[in-house]
Design a protein around this ligand. Structure first.
Ligand code: MD3
Ligand code: FE
Length: 215
């Protein structure tokens, strides 16, 4: 379903087995070289969401190879199998909306992933993703609790916006004219996760991106 030009929702894209495998992989990264943490914001706040990164370490306004705000170590590599998963995701999302992509699935090469974990109280305020030096699409995969995902406009963090539910296994691709829209997660429906995913509580979201940074 195309929510806005370039913003495509593919419900139930991941199989239960793929979801379980991703949960297992994410558990490993969360306790890897740079453990999952609540990101500190420049103005002194702390995000309610917990994040662990692959390939590049994200902090507001910058991507670095090492995690200066955690333990100074280099983040885990972005795996080749996730590049392939990202390409399959673009193919699935843009099959019926080919004009939306500013890059074709076979050349799409994400080099970083932000893995966000939401407990029942976690939220993400309305924001734009502008720290990447590339306008290539962002691929989002959700596992666990269902959430409300708010897709807004490129001008303001307020109305008009569209609220949709993102459930376990759903794919969302943001590209083309929707790449720089304000968006957020105002609500997680606690306790809606299917334990067969491997997550008994909370919500996991994986976003793959192209940083546009050298090697
Ligand atoms: C729209 N994550 O990590 S995923 C984020 O569910 C983020 O954890 C949310 O927003 C989450 O920055 C939403 C869907 C998504 C991801 C990236 C986008 C929507 C986007 C980039 C541009 C516009
Ligand atoms: Fe975002």
């Amino acid at each position: 379903t195309e929510i806005a030009p370039g913003a495509v929702h593919v419900p139930q894209w991941l199989t239960l087995e793929q979801q379980r495998e991703l949960v297992t992989a994410c558990r490993g990264w969360a306790t890897g070289p740079v453990p999952i943490r609540h990101t500190r914001l420049p103005r002194g706040g702390v995000m309610s969401v917990q994040t662990v990164c692959l390939g590049w370490h994200w902090q507001p306004y910058q991507y670095t190879r090492t995690a200066g705000d955690v333990n100074g170590r280099r983040v885990a590599a972005f795996p080749d199998w996730m590049v392939e998963l990202g390409r399959r995701a673009l193919t699935a999302a843009y099959a019926d909306a080919p004009t939306a992509a500013d890059c074709t699935p076979d050349t799409y090469t994400p080099d970083t992933a932000l893995i966000n974990f939401y407990d029942g109280q976690a939220r993400m305020g309305m924001h734009q993703d502008k720290d990447e030096r590339s306008s290539a699409p962002v691929v989002s995969l959700s596992i666990g609790d269902t959430c409300v995902f708010r897709v807004g406009n490129t001008e303001t963090r307020t109305k008009p916006y569209t609220d949709i539910e993102l459930a376990s296994g759903d794919l969302f691709v943001l590209g083309g004219p929707s790449r720089y829209v304000f968006h957020g997660v105002p609500k997680v429906h606690e306790g809606t996760a299917d334990p067969a995913t491997g997550l008994t509580s909370g919500r996991l979201n994986i976003t793959m991106r192209v940083t546009g940074l050298p090697g």
